[in-house]
Design a protein around this ligand. Structure first.
Ligand code: 16G
Ligand code: MG
Length: 573
């Protein structure tokens, strides 16, 4: 592309998506995220960057997701998805930040510089998939994304309202057709209303199985459920809190194709004035340790709570004293890892190494259970999916979850080949276990944590083991914990090391935290600057809830005192 054609980059910016704010914005843990009103020029520019990235990747498809996940309705955001369906390569985050912050007048020249620096061949084709969540500001931002793609002569394909993981899945499939078909719903399903998993009798598509998103995940779930009779204390009724976001809407589509394998009772689907993520959804439930509004159920009923863009899930139930019992990302990770380990044993596979990846937020009791009882290697990395995902790839089978419910399982090619071979050629008992594992792999969205995929994985294990939520809860007992946030003048004065478990500045803060922690039995605490909000986060756990609350408050006060707190000094809850 000759440099003169970059003029259109400026024209679109000036006429359609001018930069109207000087507020500096940074590509954070999961992309740009702020008030929707400050984002239009940013999303337009990310459209430009997505095209450049696609060309650097030889024309392979890049994804752009418009969402602010679990944040409230007035916020929005944008993140880029790399060709394998992974988060944008970290080294490009600085380029994204630079492009987002230059003035409109400098945009054309900065774009030219970036193209040169990353050595993009602008003569190549470029392809960008665009998806958005249910926020009312999303369509406008998606249009800005399309303009960015058009300005650099890329091809944009819009997916409309999809969960973040559906878009990740479609990007991966577009670049690797062995993984599936890059659509949410296969054509034949929409046209012919066939149950997932069935092939068409006639017609051009009849000879090949379409593996669109629903078909892959729900089809595999139906296959596995046909092999696993319902028994024990497992009950096929599952209540779901959809956070008034996109995940619940998609489950509502899936629900119609489930023939009694699972009875989904859906709440918080966005109707009746329900507000996105407000007092509901996975983040609210995990952080506040309270049930979401809008869901009514009997004691011990199993409930799954999704976040606004459908990439997180936690489970809970209320007991007969109305006490909250939370089954978070750690509980899900251990459940999945122990089941996979059991099946590998039954397959008599010894050469595949399974490992678990967590962050500092993982409950100490879960880490002890993984090490002592499951005897599975476990590693701790920094917060943010990209860190967990990459660490998980170092195992043949890597299970990763953040305590907040974001996670999945990744399988190496060797693992898949080995398991498929046994499924065909093994002894009858080995074959049976391997066939279950093959279905289990197909239920998994390996590209990124996916609430819908995780839901079907959890339900599979609970059914296979005949477990109620209450029985699942007994695997280990969580240490009571508390999370708080502290507002400081500049959160970047806090730096951390050792996967965020040690605070290296400001001076004196870590020794103060150590001193406070030493006063509590089973005490543990850490502080870290948020990657998505202008706050410092505090986490504490201890023997009792009272002590965890107390420790969290004391640590929050130390942050306030030593790191330049603003507003009210934290006080005991
Ligand atoms: C983002 C991350 C999530 C992380 C959270 C931490 C992705 C896709 N999402 O939502 O994994 O737990 O940020 O937020 O990476 P914080 O830095 O504000 O605590
Ligand atoms: Mg999310």
């Amino acid at each position: 592309m000759p440099p003169s054609s970059l003029r259109v980059v400026y024209a679109f910016a000036r006429e359609m998506h001018p930069k109207t704010t000087d507020v500096f914005i940074q590509y954070g843990t999961a992309g740009f995220r702020t008030k929707a009103s400050l984002l239009e020029h940013v999303v337009y520019r990310m459209g430009l960057l997505a095209v450049i990235r696609s060309r650097v990747k030889n024309g392979r498809t890049i994804g752009m997701m418009i969402t602010a996940s679990h944040n409230l309705e007035p916020d929005n955001g944008v993140k880029l998805i790399d060709p394998e369906g992974e988060m944008l390569e970290e080294s490009w985050e600085a380029i994204a930040t630079r492009l987002a912050n230059v003035s409109d007048n400098d945009l054309e020249s900065t774009t030219a510089e970036v193209i040169k620096e990353v050595n993009a061949d602008m003569g190549l084709k470029a392809s960008v998939f665009i998806g958005m969540d249910t926020r009312y500001t999303s369509p406008r931002l998606a249009a800005a994304a399309v303009h960015g793609v058009m300005a650099l002569k890329g091809t944009a394909k819009e997916f409309g309202i999809v969960t973040t993981p559906i878009l990740h899945y479609c990007v991966r499939c577009r670049n690797d057709n062995t993984y599936g078909t890059p659509t949410e719903e296969g054509q034949f399903i929409m046209n012919h209303n066939h149950p997932y998993g069935e092939q068409m009798p006639d017609g051009p598509k009849s000879s090949r199985m379409e593996t669109c998103y629903y078909e892959k995940i729900v089809g595999a779930f139906k296959n596995i459920r046909a092999k696993l009779p319902v028994h024990g204390s497992y009950n096929t009724t599952l209540y779901v809190d959809g956070a008034n976001g996109v995940g619940g809407k998609k489950l509502n589509i899936i629900k119609k194709s489930l023939d009694g394998e699972l009875d989904l009772v859906l709440y918080n689907l966005g109707g009746n004035g329900g507000k996105l993520n407000l007092n509901c959804g996975a983040d609210f439930v995990k952080v506040s340790q309270k049930p979401p509004v809008g869901v009514e159920h009997a004691p011990f009923q199993r409930v799954a709570s999704l976040d606004g863009d459908g990439d997180r899930i936690v489970y809970y139930y209320l007991d007969d004293k109305n006490q909250m019992n939370l089954l978070d990302g750690d509980k899900i990770a251990t459940l999945l890892a122990s089941y996979i380990t059991e099946l590998l044993k039954a397959c008599e596979v010894t050469e595949l190494k399974l490992g678990l990846v967590q962050t500092a937020y993982a409950n100490g009791a879960s880490t002890r259970y993984i090490t002592d009882d499951l005897k599975v290697p476990v590693s701790c990395v920094k917060t943010g999916v990209k860190h967990l995902h990459h660490a998980a790839l170092s195992y043949d089978i890597g299970v990763y979850f953040e305590a907040n419910g974001h996670g999945t399982v990744v399988y190496s090619e060797l693992a898949k080949r080995t398991i498929r071979k046994i499924a065909q050629e093994g002894e009858p008992e080995q074959r049976k276990a391997a066939q279950l594992l093959v279905n289990f792999i197909d239920i998994t969205n390996e590209t990124v944590g996916d609430a819908i995929s995780d839901l079907f994985l959890v339900e599979t294990v609970l059914c296979a083991r005949g477990l109620s939520a209450r029985a699942w809860m007994t695997a280990y007992t969580d240490l009571p914990c508390r999370q708080l946030k502290v507002t400081v003048q500049d959160r970047n004065v806090i730096s951390t090391a050792d996967a965020e478990r040690t605070c290296t500045s400001p001076e004196g803060l870590q020794s103060k935290v150590d001193e406070l922690v030493a006063g509590y039995k089973s005490g543990r605490a850490f502080v870290r600057p948020s990657g998505t909000e202008d706050v410092v986060r505090v986490y504490a756990e201890a023997e009792t809830q009272e002590f965890a609350d107390q420790l969290a408050t004391e640590v929050a006060q130390a942050v306030y005192d030593l790191a330049g707190g603003v507003g009210d000094r934290p006080t005991p809850a």
